[in-house]
Design a protein around this ligand. Structure first.
Ligand code: TXD
Length: 318
C-alpha cells in the first residue's frame, strides 16, 4: 500500500521542524514547497541524508513547483512572514493574505482532495481565506493555534505545580490572538481541578487566583514572549509539534479531541466564522465540533474573542 503523502508549503523555520517530525514518525512521504529557489531542495536533502542515522524510510523532497504536491493527503501551510518584536499577529494580514491566496490556488489545483492545516498568521483570517479560495468543505480546512496555546497553558501549570506535563489537561478557546480564552475551570491534573491544587499549595484562594491569572496572561502573551527573546522570527518547535499532532490524528484516524480553528455553524453562538473550539479529528478531518456549556464569564470572554476575529476577517473584505 502506498505511503500517505504530506505537502508542506513554506520552507522556513516551522517547516523544517515539521519535515523532521514527519520523517522521524514516518507519517508519510513529505514534499516541501517554497518559492525560494534551491532552499527547499537543500533543506530536504540535508534531512534525507539523516535517514540512515535515524532509520526512517519515508522520502523527503523539496520543490519550487506546485505540481509536486499532486496527490497529497495532507497539506500543512506555514508560508508567510512571521512577526518581528513589537508586531501583533494582525499586523501580518496584508502581506500574508497575498501569499495565502497564491498558496490556496496551488492547493486547489494540485491537491484537491487534501486536508489542509493552516499555521500562517493571522491564523483565523488565513484559514478563512484558504477555505474561501479552495472551496473545500470545512471539515477539510482547519487551523492550528489551539493545540499550541493549550500546550503553553498546560506547560505553565505543570511547571507551577511541579507535576508531569503528561498529567495536565488544559485548553484554550477562541481566536489565536490576545483575546484567546484559556479555560481555568476545566484545567486539571489527572482530573483534579488545578485551582484546588493551587489553593492547597498556597493555602489561600486569593493567592491561587493571582497565580492562575498570571498563568492565563502568560499564555495569552506566550507567542510574543518567544518573539521578543528570539529577536528575529517567532516560535517554531511548538507550532510544528502541534500541527503534527493534528496531522497524525487525521492520518491515523485517532479521533483525538483537540482544539482546532474550525468553521462554526451556530456552535457557541457563532455562525460562519473560524474560531478555536474542541473537535474530534480523525480520517474524516474535523469529524465533530464538540460544544459544551460555558458559564457567563467564559461566554463573555469567548464573545470578546469572536468579536476580534470578526473584525480581523472583516478587514479582508472577502
Ligand atoms: O501557532 C501558530 N499558528 C503560529 C503561527 C505560531 C508561530 C508562528 N506562526 C506563523 O507561522 C508566523 O507568524 C508565520 O506567519 C508562519 C511561518 O512562520 P516561520 O517562523 O516558519 O516563518 P519563516 O521562517 O519566515 O518561513 C516562512 C516561509 C519562508 O521560507 C518563505 O520563503 C515562504 O514562507 N514563503 C512562501 N512560500 C510559498 N509561497 C509563497 N508565496 C511564499 N512567500 C513566502
Amino acid at each position: 500500500m502506498a505511503r500517505p503523502k504530506i505537502a508542506l508549503i513554506g520552507g522556513g523555520q516551522i517547516c523544517g521542524v515539521l519535515a523532521q517530525l514527519c520523517a522521524l514518525r514516518e507519517l508519510g512521504d513529505t514534499v516541501l514547497f517554497d518559492i525560494v529557489e534551491n532552499m527547499p531542495q537543500g533543506k530536504t536533502l540535508d534531512l534525507a541524508e539523516a535517514s540512515p542515522v535515524d532509520g526512517f524510510d519515508v522520502s523527503v523532497t523539496g520543490t519550487n513547483d506546485y505540481k509536486d504536491i499532486a496527490g497529497a493527503n495532507i497539506v500543512i501551510v506555514t508560508a508567510g512572514l512571521p512577526r518581528k518584536p513589537g508586531m501583533s499577529r494582525d499586523d501580518l494580514i496584508g502581506v500574508n493574505s497575498k501569499i495565502m491566496t497564491q498558496v490556496s490556488e496551488g492547493i486547489k489545483q494540485y491537491a484537491p482532495d487534501s486536508f489542509v492545516i493552516i499555521i500562517s498568521n493571522p491564523l483565523d483570517a488565513m484559514v478563512t481565506l484558504c477555505q474561501k479560495i479552495t472551496g473545500f468543505p470545512p471539515e477539510r480546512v482547519m487551523g492550528q493555534a489551539g493545540v499550541l496555546d493549550s500546550a503553553r497553558f498546560a506547560a505553565f501549570i505543570a511547571w507551577e505545580l511541579g507535576v508531569s506535563v503528561k498529567d495536565v489537561t488544559a485548553m484554550t478557546l477562541g481566536g489565536h490572538g490576545d483575546t484567546m480564552v484559556p479555560l481555568v475551570r476545566y484545567a486539571s491534573v489527572n482530573g483534579i481541578p488545578v485551582m484546588e491544587l493551587l489553593e492547597q499549595k498556597y493555602g489561600s484562594t486569593a493567592k491561587a487566583e493571582e497565580v492562575m491569572t498570571a498563568m492565563v496572561e502568560r499564555t495569552k502573551a506566550a507567542g510574543g514572549e518567544v518573539v521578543k527573546l528570539l529577536g528575529n522570527g517567532s516560535a517554531f518547535y511548538s507550532p510544528a509539534s502541534s500541527a503534527i499532532a493534528m496531522a497524525e490524528a487525521i492520518l491515523r484516524d485517532q479521533k483525538r479531541v483537540l482544539p482546532v480553528c474550525a468553521l462554526l455553524d451556530g456552535e457557541f453562538g457563532v455562525d460562519g466564522f473560524y474560531v478555536g473550539v474542541p473537535c474530534i479529528l480523525g480520517a474524516g478531518g474535523i469529524e465533530k465540533i464538540i460544544e459544551f456549556k460555558l458559564d457567563a464569564t467564559e461566554q463573555a470572554l469567548m464573545d470578546n474573542s469572536v468579536a476580534a476575529v470578526k473584525e480581523l476577517v472583516g478587514s479582508m473584505n472577502l
